[in-house]
Design a protein around this ligand. Sequence first.
Ligand code: MTE
Length: 317
Amino acid sequence: MERKFQHRQPPSSEITPQSVYLSRREWLKMAGLVSTASVLAACTPNGTLPSSTTTSAAPNGSLVDEFGNPANTYKEITHYNNYYEFSTDKQAVARLTENFQASPWAIEVGGMVHKPKTYDYNELLKFEQVERIYRLRCVEAWSMVIPWTGFELNKLLRQVEPLSSAKYVKFTALLDPKKFPGQRNRLYPWPYTEGLRLDEAMHPLTLIALGVYGQPLPNQNGAPLRLVVPWKYGFKSIKAIIKIELTDIQPTTLWSTIAPDEYGFYANVNPQVDHPRWSQRTERRIGELGRRETLMFNGYADEVAPLYAGMDLRANY
Ligand code: MTE
């Protein structure tokens, strides 16, 4: 199911900051008026992103998810971040990432594939760009609604032609303690790694995000590219990816190496399975008072529950 940005009547208060809205409008204008190819040629990680979807922004750019929940503001999305390569303090990440250089950037795609390939960032802009408003539910029991721009990971994986024996996909983030002060902390087995089953990675909801609110991905959100798997806890959505490998063994991941009883490989949002130290039944939506009930698979059960048919989701947390 295609989840494009949805729009509602503008509320009295603007959700999108004016500066973002203006550049977003410019971008939409550009995407509508010129061919995708020429837009792509002009794109850099510091520029604007192309889109092949037909997005019509409400006059103030306000956006809602499919339940009618408003997207979090750009400010909220960019000032409350988990990015341990910089800091464990969510409110400090934005400042610490200010000078991070996300360009040039390349991503190596290989392992059990017929056609391994290293993609330069600009080549990734050639995949069909989509806009999706997804909820991100963090294992720490907070959540946000985020308008992403990016492409379906399955498009990239098909291009490299996985071997029929490949069963999993491993993701590795950049290792560079000069750029990432947090990597000097030896408590963590750097680099940050994550993994998906191949069918999860091929699911149309799984995105490689290149932007937020139509702008190139901010440094604190994982510039220049990160994974987004909306039905899983946020830690699966690895930032600053440099390598994607197809494999036939379940990949080890940073979090499941440190605390396997707290961070399972599947990490599907499941309000019935508590984190060992707190309940997962409710969540705090950033910007709201009070708490919301957490939904099975973060509200994406219709789309993804069949992937886990017959599995014990308490054992496979
Ligand atoms: N990716 C890397 N490389 N390093 C991290 O520390 N944190 C994860 C995930 N991806 C993390 C990461 C966690 S725990 C969450 S909840 C999300 O990023 C947060 O994404 P956001 O900052 O865009 O909200």
